[in-house]
Write a protein that binds this ligand. Structure first.
Ligand SMILES: C[S@@+](CC[C@H](N)C(=O)[O-])C[C@H]1O[C@@H](n2cnc3c(N)ncnc32)[C@H](O)[C@@H]1O
Length: 205
């Protein structure tokens, strides 16, 4: 039994969705937590990544989940979505993540088309891009999709203070587990604590 099952069992007993705060943004950040995330992404499931910025987390998720998993990736900024849809990432940044041991060679092989040593950019494979629906989505006003897991990391602090509690309430009303980021948890602890069963973070990076 994984540590996550311990906490999610407590959430089930309390009749509440769980929320789990993790660390910073990057390719496969918090590498030791990914096996835990993936327990909640079985074949044919749907995941919603809300507030995706430059999309590294979305591509990591797609590379690590079965081909039958579909991902809805939303952000309020159309320019962010356009860049993500193009699926081009600086090779130097991917290489740095691999050197750090977060993103693996296997992740890169799944996520990107083969490249030459001299290439400055890597291109995400069409197979990965086809599994991702990129869409403009405002967490304050728009409908939330029905999914099995939500990633909404390091986004709440960008939402006006007066709207944060209502966004957390709307997330809780989906009855879906949510993975949040360190910034969401640190500054808005009370909102999450009111609506969710909190899964303590193991990583405070
Ligand atoms: C700091 S980034 C977080 C990116 C990613 N989730 C991560 O943890 O690395 C926050 C993102 O939230 C988006 N955002 C801000 N307000 C939003 C809103 N009301 N609805 C949806 N996305 C929003 C921003 O455009 C930005 O891309």
């Amino acid at each position: 039994m994984s540590f996550l099952e311990d906490y999610t069992g407590a959430a089930r007993a309390a009749g509440r969705p769980w929320v789990w705060s993790t660390g910073m943004t990057d390719w496969a950040r918090d590498p030791e937590l990914w096996p835990g995330f993936l327990e909640f992404v079985p074949p044919n499931s749907r995941v919603w990544c809300a507030g995706i910025a430059t999309g590294e987390e979305v591509i990591t998720l797609a590379a690590r989940t079965p081909e039958s998993v579909s991902i809805i990736a939303t952000d309020i900024r159309p320019d962010a979505l356009e860049a993500c849809e193009a699926g081009k990432y600086p090779k130097a940044m991917v290489d740095a993540a691999i050197a750090d041991g977060d993103f693996t060679q296997e992740d890169a092989r799944r996520a990107f088309l083969p490249s030459r040593a001299s290439d400055a950019w890597l291109q995400v494979t069409p197979a990965i891009l086809e599994r991702i629906t990129w869409a403009r989505g405002d967490l304050i006003r728009d409908l939330y999709p029905e999914v099995e897991l939500i990633f909404c990391r390091n986004t709440l602090h960008m939402i006006p203070a007066e709207d944060r509690a209502s966004v957390v309430r709307r997330l809780a009303h989906t009855r879906t587990p949510v993975i949040i980021g360190k910034s969401d948890f640190q500054h808005m602890h009370q909102y999450w604590a009111e609506e969710f069963q909190l899964v303590p973070s193991l990583i405070l990076s």
